[in-house]
Ligand binder design. Structure first.
Ligand code: SF4
Length: 431
């Protein structure tokens, strides 16, 4: 029998999720006594400039629908676990739970909220001496429900079921996945070898272009994709946003190890016709031809400074400051060439010749360029990740007259960009 994947239109109540689970027989192996863990995608939380939730977070509405269906089935041991990235110090998973209405779910349905960043971990070796430390709460549960969002990703093209499991890793393992020599997608594709989710539900009420955070654009899509087969769910979900399975490296790594097919014809799709549900979404950000900055630099005629494009070694800790550096450099441009400064991030970029100063954002890139003869003067921004204030100070010390209020204004604008737009309802993210 072919693995079943359901593809169902969301119709404003819990009947949609129920139908998706019935079609793929999502609860066929569930027992009433099982300790169930739901793993949504609550990627990160920001207090200062709340992240616009559409296409970024699993909708609280569908998580609540799932809890009701589980309790109707007879399950009484239900937990929700996530290990959100900390963009701000001490602002993480519990703040995401707070902000997205999970405290109300906790009270209303007596479910447990778990910060997987704080869970004990179990070690799984996956490559020579490299290992993944996975939250024991996820390893030890009886029925893991993986609940990602239908989104693209600037490093991995899509971020669906296989990628969502990265939130179950200990922080050091999350960082290690962005290895300077190994491929990011190769590393995280192994998590599903050890966790083996019983069910994957892709929340496609909103779909996100140029994700994984809110700097791209979300679209109302009203789809639910579900399967007991994580690869099947991912292949069908990716296709609905325009990606063939052969385009996605982490699908290939997983399929090869498990001797699985990447062909759609080897999956039974139930519900909507897949060909009627495809809307291609872009994943990538354009960069100048000489790799000196985002496409907008060329449009504005910005020269002198260079911000090479992020690579897959840039981990979520440094990702916000790399984005911030782009905006700050834009703010420094007054129509004249900017100082000859190169700004590097991640774990493997190498300074190029011709720049008077090289700003190294974070401990990793500092180490990677320790012996680089192209560097005339290094401006090291220490930290893992470094602080925003230290980044601003470094840019200023390199002669870039950056204006922080421009950055704050940009972040506020991103935060509110869907306000008043039809179809973008905050109620989906409240209990
Ligand atoms: S310095 Fe930055 S890229 Fe390196 S591990 Fe820390 S957060 Fe990640």
């Amino acid at each position: 029998m072919l693995p079943r994947v359901s593809l169902v239109k969301y119709q404003s109540d819990s009947a949609s999720l129920q139908k998706a689970l019935q079609l793929c027989e999502g609860f066929a192996k569930l027992k009433q006594t099982d300790r169930v863990l739901i793993k949504p995608n609550l990627v990160a939380w920001e207090d200062r400039y709340p992240i616009a939730p559409f296409g970024v977070y699993t909708t609280t509405r569908l998580v609540e629908d799932l809890i009701i269906l589980l309790q109707d089935f007879g399950c009484r041991h239900i937990s929700i676990g996530e290990g959100s990235v900390q963009i701000q110090k001490s602002v993480g998973t519990m703040q995401a739970f707070e902000g997205l209405g999970y405290r109300e779910l906790e009270k209303r349905y007596d479910v447990n909220l778990l910060d997987l960043n704080k869970s004990k971990t179990e070690k799984f070796v996956f490559h020579d001496d490299l290992s993944l430390h996975i939250a024991k709460d996820a390893v030890d549960c009886d029925f893991l429900i993986n609940f990602p969002v239908l989104k693209t990703h600037g490093q991995t093209k899509v971020s669906l079921g296989l990628k969502n499991l990265k939130g179950c890793l200990k922080l050091q393992s999350k960082k290690m996945c962005h290895h300077a020599k190994l491929n990011l997608e190769y590393c995280f594709s192994h998590i599903a070898d050890f966790l083996k989710p019983a069910l994957t539900i892709v929340d496609g009420i909103y779909a996100l272009e140029k994700g994984a955070l809110h700097f791209g654009n979300a679209y109302r899509k009203d789809l639910i994709i579900a399967s007991t087969d994580i690869l099947g769910a991912d292949i069908v979900a990716a296709k609905t946003i325009g990606y063939d399975s052969g385009d996605i490296k982490h699908f290939e790594y997983y399929a090869k190890r498990h001797d699985r097919s990447l062909l759609l014809q080897d999956y039974e799709i139930l519900g909507e016709k897949l060909e009627d549900q495809i809307t291609p979404l872009k994943w990538d950000w354009t960069w100048t031809a000489d790799n000196t900055g985002p496409g907008i630099f060329q449009k504005f005629g910005i020269t002198g400074v260079a911000l090479p494009k992020y690579d897959d070694s840039l981990c979520s800790g440094c990702s916000p400051i790399a984005n911030m550096a782009n905006i700050l450099v834009l703010s420094a441009f007054k129509g004249r060439p900017l100082p000859k400064v190169e700004i590097l991030n991640g774990k493997k970029m190498q300074a190029r010749p011709g720049y008077e100063k090289t700003i190294l954002l974070g401990n990793c890139i500092k180490k990677a360029n320790e012996a680089n003869p192209n560097i005339q003067e290094a401006v090291e921004v220490i930290g893992c990740p470094p602080s925003e204030q230290d980044v601003v100070t470094a840019l200023k010390s390199a002669g870039l007259e950056v204006n922080e209020t421009v950055y704050h204004g940009y972040m506020k604008e991103q935060s509110r960009k869907y306000d008043g737009k039809a179809g973008f309802e905050q109620a989906f993210f409240q209990a």
